[in-house]
Structure formats: C-alpha cells, structure tokens
Design a protein around this ligand. Structure first.
Ligand code: ATP
Ligand code: MG
Length: 594
C-alpha cells in the first residue's frame, strides 16, 4: 500500500465549528467530510477504522453465540403499530419516515426490535431452538434534536444491534452476563478503557440494564461512582440514601403563616429564620415541582413533591409518571414546567406557593421516597404569600399520591449501599445492554412450544454498540496536541514506513522492501512514497495517529532504522534485519484475542 494513492488531505487549521477533539481531528486529518448536518462521508482512513471495529465486534458477538443477519432499514409502520411504538416515536419525533409510491409509510430503522421479533416468531417454534441471538451491524437513523460533536451524535450511524430470545427469564439473565462479558472483551480488544454502569431501564424499572462508558470529560453522560462500594450508575438512574434532616422547632399543629414574597426555598428559609424559626433548613421544606406532560392526548398535570434542598430527576419522574398512569397511559412526548397560568390553575396561587394540602389540583401527585411522611414539613399553602408549617404528610395530606424515587443524585451524596460517598465523572456511552422481558414478544406474538407441550411467550434481551461512535470515543481517549493516537487494534494502518531521503533510490528501495516484508509478517504497513519532505510526512502521520513509524534514514549505512511509537513518543534504533519480527510481535500482542 502506497500513501501516494491514498489521497491524504490534511488541514492545517482547526475546522470552525468542531468543539471536541475527535470532531476536530477527524475533519482535520481528512477521515471524514461533512455532507450535511449530522451526516458524514467516511473517507478511506475512517473506513478502515470502522472495519477493524466491526471485525472485533462481529468476532466477539459471534463467540457469544450471536448469528449475524441483515435486516431492512425500511420498517413498515404497521409493524411498529403492533408494538405500540409508532405513536411513541412520532410523539418524540425520533424516527425519520418515508412513503413509497403505493402509499405505504415506513420508519427508517432507529432500532430493530419489531423486525427481529417478527423474524424470531417465524423462525422459532420449539423450545429446542432456544436460546437464539441475532445481530447485525447496519445503518441506523435518528432525528436527533441536536446532532453534534462529529461522529458522536449523528442522524445516520452504524450500530451493532443484537437481540436474544429465551424460553425463560433465568436463561435471559444468564445470557445477559455472557453478553456483558463479550462487551468487556470488545472494548478491551479495541484498546479502550471502559466500564459498565447501571442504566435507566425506562418505566419497567429494575436493574436489567447497563451502559458501557468510555471515560472522557466531553462525554454527554454523567456517571456517579461509589468510591468504596464499586457502585456505578448513570445519573439518570443513580440512587442515593440521604441522611434525614435534623429536627426543627416545628409547631405541634398545622400553622398557616404569611411568607410575603417568599416564593423560593431560600426566601422561605431566610424569612422564617427571622420569624423565630432559627433552625429551619431547606431540607425541612416540601418543594412542589409543577409540570405538564404533553402527550398525544390531553396534557397531564403533575406535581412532584421533593425535599426542599434537592432537585428532581426528570428521567425518573417520567418513568414514575408512566407507571402511575398505568397501561392505558397516553404517550408522553416531554415534560415541561407549568406556565404561570397553569400553576394558578393547579394550585390557586402564583408560582412558589403550591403545597400538598387542600387546593392542589393535578392529575398525578408524585412524592419522592426521601421526603419524610412522618416528620413536620413546611409546605406552600396554595394561596399567595402563605405557607403551612408543621405539615405531617401521613396525618394531614388526603390527596392520593404515588411514592417513587425521583431524586437527582449528585456528586458528594452518600453511596446508596451505605459505604462512603458518590463521585461524578463524565463518560461517552458506547454500548447499552437491556433485559427486555416480553414487551415485544407478547405484542408481536413470538411464541414457542415449551417442553410442557404448551405455548409460551419468548423472553428477550437487546444489546447495542455504537460502532461509529466508538471510533470517536477512541480518539477522545487517545489524542494529544499533535493529533490522534490510535490503539493498534483499530488503527487505519499499524505502521507507516517513511523513506527519509525520498530521492535516494537505495533508501526508497529499502523502505519499499520493508513495507512488503512487514505486510507479509502480518503488520498492516503503508509506504509513504509521497513527493514531499520528511517533516511534512511526520506531521501528517502524527495527526493521522498511526501507532508505528519506521524511518529509513541515515542509520541505514549502519544497518539501522528508527522505530517511533506514537502512543508514548518513544523512539529507538532497530537493526534492519530484526525490525520486521519485532513489529510483528508488537502487533500480535496488541491484537491477539484476549
Ligand atoms: P444516547 O443516550 O447517547 O442518545 P441511546 O440511549 O439513544 O444513546 P441506544 O438506543 O441504546 O442509544 O443505542 C445503542 C448505541 O448506539 C448507543 O450506546 C450509542 O453508542 C449509539 N448511538 C445512539 N445514538 C447515536 C447517534 N445519534 N449517533 C451515534 N451513535 C449513537
Ligand atoms: Mg438517543
């Protein structure tokens, strides 16, 4: 392979709108070209990286029992209606759609549960065929609100999606562990440091979902870690166990007090402290967060009661709300704060004075698990400029409510397992595994004949890896001011051979021979035969991030070449007659099946 035929086009300047390293470097090094918002042409170098990742992913998922298939990108609306997800994806506008000449409407695959479940239904009839796992690495489409960060969040990307089918829950839980181990091996083989964290598993709840994260400051996900317990969870789902608020000088009976203009937690606390309640703390307040859930039907009004010193977690609220609304719930597109008029209607007061006592009118009242029901609280009185003191929920509140964990856990909070505290770091989600249960199989009638001779519904798991996002995550993890630093296993080439004296026939000939010998020994080498100075060449290869550079230069007179390691900047003189074996060994060690 010759660099002169690779059309290497590198930019000296950083592209204007690229905010993060991977975005910047992929454009600068000519790995990709922006074809539209959230749409990229993968150039030949990026293609090689993607191919390397795909190979590793396919090997490991196959080793875990996966069968590779290809499913259509065009998915009929009628199929998605059978699972009930057409409406949900329309409501959130996540799915791109198209219509054919006959008027049939399709969604462009954002994921493939419906298609694969329908396939499994047709393929599997007996328990003897289970478990089975199908996977593909194919293009996915999502109408992201904000495509950004280059390959990280695009409208069209490559995903490995796998779906497993089981005779029972136990088999699924078992297989889930197998897949989790396969994921660890995949990221390890790609040279990445990744970790699994508990993830939001929607309204179903439970611990049946993990995300795989690559640590990076630019990551869009916040992760909370238990420093001492090994607990790790996406902030969307992370739990904590707060110390109870200390007791305060609450009145024995309910006391209605004027709190002029005190419409915020801080204002109420400050005001009450001047009124003889010196020991009042924000944790003694019951904060009422008033929300509207816009849906495909009537909007749903929601009040969330939470300790005054804490924030709600919107993902948890949405899940709790969906559970509270039950089976016939409308599809909720989004939660938003109530507008002033809506607050007046729900509480009879202007914003800042809502509470759980008489006067509150909402469709659903959610109460955070850590708001005490047996300790005195300070609540809005549902009238302007007034609060109720000494409210004991279980004694005073008559409205129906749903108790749920809706609290946003934060850096420094106690570990939910009672050991130490939680610390927050940021991560890039590269994969997600999920115990689905029977949601899709029951909707689409995926049944099998059991050993007992009766019909049963298949139990499912699903597993995704953002193949293209993984390439960007690798750059975030490995780059410096000069460019990318690819791990050997997923680098576009393992090695570049640079004849330092490009016009010296003997030097060029040696380099050419070396490139061929390296390739024969399993080192994916390229010869930089371009007609430019060595300085330009080195700069380009540093930017492109090829792990190994072999320079054929002055040392040749003594039978030596220079080997440079991009990863740690190390450089050494190596005898020409052993360099092939040395590099082949390095490549074998880094790319061997772990
Ligand atoms: P995110 O929270 O980042 O939007 P998701 O929860 O929507 O991700 P999944 O539906 O679990 O993602 O998809 C599986 C994998 O596909 C993700 O772990 C991620 O690596 C990748 N992925 C998801 N959306 C995109 C996107 N818009 N661009 C690139 N990769 C994506
Ligand atoms: Mg998403």
């Amino acid at each position: 392979m010759r660099a002169s035929r690779l059309h290497i086009v590198t930019l000296r300047e950083d592209p204007a709108d690229a905010e993060i390293a991977s975005h910047r470097l992929l454009l600068r090094a000519g790995f990709m070209y922006k074809s539209g918002a959230g749409l990229y042409v993968y150039g030949p170098l990026l293609q090689r990286v993607i191919d390397a990742i795909r190979r590793i992913v396919a090997e490991e998922i196959s080793a875990a029992g996966g069968l590779e298939i290809t499913m259509p990108i065009l998915q009929e609306q009628s199929l998605w209606e059978r699972s009930g997800r057409w409406a949900a994806y329309q409501a959130t506008r996540t799915m791109l759609t198209t219509t054919d000449r006959g008027g049939t409407t399709f969604g462009l695959a954002p994921t493939a549960e419906e298609v694969v479940t329908d396939y499994a239904r047709a393929q599997v009839s007996s328990h003897k065929q289970l478990p089975v796992c199908y996977f593909q690495q194919h293009t996915k489409f999502r109408d992201e609100i904000r495509p950004r960060f280059g390959l990280m969040r695009v409208k069209e990307f490559i995903m490995m999606d796998a779906y497993s089918f089981h005779a029972d829950e136990e088999c699924l839980v078992d297989y889930y562990q197998t897949m989790k181990a396969a994921y660890h091996r995949i990221f390890q083989r790609c040279g990445l440091e990744s970790y699994a964290v508990e993830a939001d598993s929607g309204a179903i709840g439970g611990t049946g979902s993990h995300e795989f994260m690559v640590a990076a400051d630019v990551g869009e996900d916040a992760i909370l870690f238990g420093e001492d317990s090994g607990y790790a969870a996406n902030v969307e789902t992370a739990r904590t166990h707060l110390a109870p608020a200390p007791s305060w000088s609450a009145p024995q009976a309910l006391a209605l007090v004027d709190t002029p203009n005190a419409g915020s937690i801080e204002a109420v606390v400050t005001y009450l402290q001047t009124q003889g309640y010196a020991d009042v703390h924000p944790a003694h307040l019951c904060k009422m967060v008033l929300l509207m859930a816009d849906s495909d039907a009537q909007p749903v009004s929601v009040a969330v009661a939470i300790r005054g010193d804490r924030q709600i977690n919107e993902v948890k609220v949405l899940n709790a709300l969906t559970r509270a609304l039950g089976a016939d719930a409308p599809v909720i597109a989004a939660l938003r704060p109530m507008q002033e008029a809506e607050v007046r209607q729900a509480s009879g007061a202007r914003p800042g004075f809502a509470g759980p006592l008489a006067g509150l009118q909402v469709d659903v009242l959610l109460v955070d698990e850590q708001l005490p029901l047996d300790a005195p609280l300070i609540c809005g009185a549902n009238s302007d400029d007034q609060h109720q003191l000494g409210v004991i929920w279980q004694r005073d509140v008559t409205l129906p409510y749903h108790r749920a964990d809706v609290l946003l856990a934060e850096d420094g909070d106690p570990d939910p397992n009672g050991k130490g505290i939680l610390r927050q770091r940021r991560g890039i989600e590269v994969g997600h595994i999920f115990q689905l249960g029977t949601k899709y199989s029951s909707a689409l009638g995926a049944q099998f004949n059991g050993a007992d001779g009766k019909l049963h519904t298949m139990t499912m798991g699903c597993y995704g890896i953002g193949t293209s996002r993984l390439a960007a995550a690798a750059i975030e993890q490995y780059h410096d001011e000069r460019g990318m630093r690819w791990p050997l296993a997923i680098a576009p080439y393992h090695c570049v051979v640079v004849p330092a004296k490009g016009r010296d026939a003997a030097c060029v000939e040696t380099a050419e021979q070396l490139m061929q010998d390296l390739r024969a020994a399993g080192v994916d080498a390229i010869l930089d035969d371009r007609d430019c100075g060595p300085g330009v060449k080195f700069k380009d290869w540093e930017l492109i991030g090829i792990p190994l550079t072999v320079v054929c230069g002055r040392g040749l007179a003594d039978g030596l070449v220079e080997v440079k390691h991009r990863h740690d900047g190390r450089s050494e003189d190596v005898p020409l007659d052993t360099v092939v074996e040395q590099l082949a060994q390095e490549v074998r060690a880094a790319t061997a099946l772990a």
